[in-house]
Design a protein. Sequence first.
Length: 114
Amino acid sequence: MFHGGFKLLFPIFETNRVVVSPPGSNGVTLLLARASKPEQIDFVGNQAGGRVLLFVNTDDFWRDYNRMLSEGVKFIREPKVQDYGTVAVFEDLYGNLWDLLQLAPNHPMASRVL
């Protein structure tokens, strides 16, 4: 298991990359690559310039939030109910910011077919 319960699907060690998938996913994957040049190292943990880099949309915010907390994920902004849904910000192992998000039922993207 990777940070936040992500599952390692394919290690590609010769290129310093891995493919991971969130728990319960039916096709969503992320390809993560390690910095390979000195000029890239300064950006590790700050690829989005201090903003949220990635959004993890869930169908059950509290289930996933509590699971992630129990696995030691560091949330830097507590859960908050907004017009668009329920959201909390967490930090990955390198300092990048992610949103855990459950969209409100009336949000235009909430009705998309998964």
